[in-house]
Design a protein around this ligand. Structure first.
Ligand SMILES: [Fe+2]
Length: 196
C-alpha cells in the first residue's frame, strides 16, 4: 500500500484506472457545484440538453488536445454521496447483457473526493437487475467471498473500469460529488498514455 492508501492490482496486466490531464477540470468543477442545491434528495444529477452539451463539448475538446482522440460524450452524471455513504458493490449497466453499457467512465472529482476511495473486487458472482433512487445498476450476488483487488482515491480526472464489481465509500463527514462521463465508444485504458 502506498502513502495514499492505494493498493496495486493483483493482476498486473489489467488496468482498473488511468489518470489523465484535463485542463478544463477546474472549470467543470465550478459548473457542477453551481448546479447542486446542497440536498441529498437524489443520489445523482443527470445532465441534459444545454448542460450536457456544454460539458460534452468542453471534455471532447480537452480529450482531443490531450489524448489526440476524437471522443463523443454520451452521458454526464454527477454522483452525490452523503457523509459516510457506502455504496453497494455493483456493475454499471441497465440489463443483464449490458447492452450499450459503458465499460469505462471518466470520473472528474467535483467536491471532497480526497477521502472517498473506489474499490474493485474479484470473485465468482452472478448479476441481477436493480434500481436505487432512479439509477439502474446491476447488483452482485456473490457465490464466494469477494476478493478486494484494487483501491484508488480518485482525486483527479481518471478513467475507471465500471464493468467489473466496484463501489465507492465516502469516508468523511462532508458530501462527496463526482462527475462521471460515459462515451459513445469505450476507451481502452491500456491505450491511454500515462501522465508525465
Ligand atoms: Fe458504478
Amino acid at each position: 500500500m502506498n502513502k495514499h492508501g492505494d493498493y496495486s492490482p493483483i493482476n498486473i496486466f489489467m488496468e482498473y484506472f488511468k489518470e489523465i490531464n484535463l485542463p478544463s477540470w477546474p472549470m467543470l468543477q465550478q459548473f457542477c457545484l453551481k448546479k447542486w442545491d446542497g440536498t441529498f434528495n437524489a443520489s445523482a444529477m443527470i445532465f441534459k440538453d444545454r448542460n450536457l452539451d456544454c460539458i460534452a463539448s468542453t471534455i471532447e475538446h480537452d480529450i482531443a488536445n490531450q489524448l489526440g482522440v476524437k471522443a463523443k460524450v454520451k452521458t454526464a452524471i454527477m454522483f452525490i454521496n452523503d457523509a459516510n455513504f457506502v455504496q453497494d458493490i455493483h456493475v454499471d449497466g441497465f440489463d443483464l447483457k449490458r447492452v450499450n453499457a459503458a465499460n469505462t467512465a471518466l470520473n472528474l472529482p467535483v467536491l471532497n473526493c480526497d477521502h472517498g476511495p473506489m474499490y474493485w473486487y474479484d470473485g465468482d458472482y452472478y448479476l441481477t437487475e436493480t434500481e436505487n433512487m432512479k439509477l439502474k445498476y446491476l447488483k452482485i450476488n456473490w457465490r464466494e467471498e469477494p476478493a478486494l483487488t484494487v483501491v484508488k482515491i480518485i482525486n483527479r480526472p481518471t478513467f475507471v473500469k465500471i464493468d467489473i464489481p466496484h463501489h465507492v465509500e465516502n469516508r468523511s463527514s462532508k458530501p462527496r460529488l463526482m462527475l462521471s462521463i460515459r462515451f459513445t465508444e469505450d476507451f481502452l485504458l491500456e491505450n491511454i498514455p500515462p501522465i508525465v
